[in-house]
Design a protein around this ligand. Structure first.
Ligand code: HEC
Length: 163
């Protein structure tokens, strides 16, 4: 074998070894975790199941997304309830659900049949359960601004301008 040929073999060998080591190092360094689903609830099982029944009974998911799901036949551009407890306080939510005219609190941009119906006719206990449960629907800090933006855009139909 000529000297030049030897050198080429050595070089090819070196490249192979380096690339194997590099790949191994790369795999070992995939430490950047998938941040996962940002929404969670701090509610007790008891509160969740009581609220779950009310949410079904009053068809909230006809219009709202909750844990990404809503009634698939509906497509009302209403704000998602995911993370709402990081945007609103329990008192605010209770007052909103107790309002005879929720549109005095949040004006609607939708046709009458899609706007938020008043829940003022529900017994106080049910409005309290719903408010407590909604307040427990939190969003991780890293997704808070995005959630705020989505809620704003759904509510107003306008582009969100962060302050
Ligand atoms: C007919 C569709 C509809 C149903 C049913 C409905 N909502 Fe709404 N909701 C809306 C719309 C639309 C808005 C946005 C305000 C508006 O346009 O009236 C809204 C707003 C809200 C907000 C305020 C969101 C924010 O941005 O702060 C909360 C909280 C809420 N709804 C909870 C509920 C709960 C809980 C139920 C069930 C008990 C429910 N909604 C049932 C359509 C609905």
């Amino acid at each position: 074998m000529k000297k030049g040929e030897k050198l080429i073999f050595v070089l090819i060998g070196l490249i192979a070894v380096v690339s194997i080591i590099y790949q191994g190092w790369n795999v070992a360094n995939i430490t950047e975790e998938d941040p996962g689903i940002p929404y969670y609830s701090t509610a007790s099982t008891e509160l969740s199941s009581k609220a779950g029944l009310l949410i079904r009974e009053h068809s909230c998911k006809e219009c709202h997304k909750l844990f990404f799901l809503n009634n698939l036949t509906q497509n009302v551009p209403s704000p998602s309830l995911d993370g709402i407890g990081s945007l609103r306080t329990e008192e605010w939510l209770y007052d909103y659900l107790s309002a005879e005219n929720p549109q005095e609190i949040i004006p609607t941009r939708l046709k009458a049949r899609f706007k938020m119906p008043s829940m003022a006719h529900l017994p106080e206990e049910e409005r309290r359960i719903l408010a407590a449960y909604l307040a427990s629907l939190k969003v991780e800090d890293w997704y808070l601004e995005e959630t705020r933006k989505e809620a704003y855009e759904k509510r107003t139909g306008e582009e969100y301008q962060p302050e």
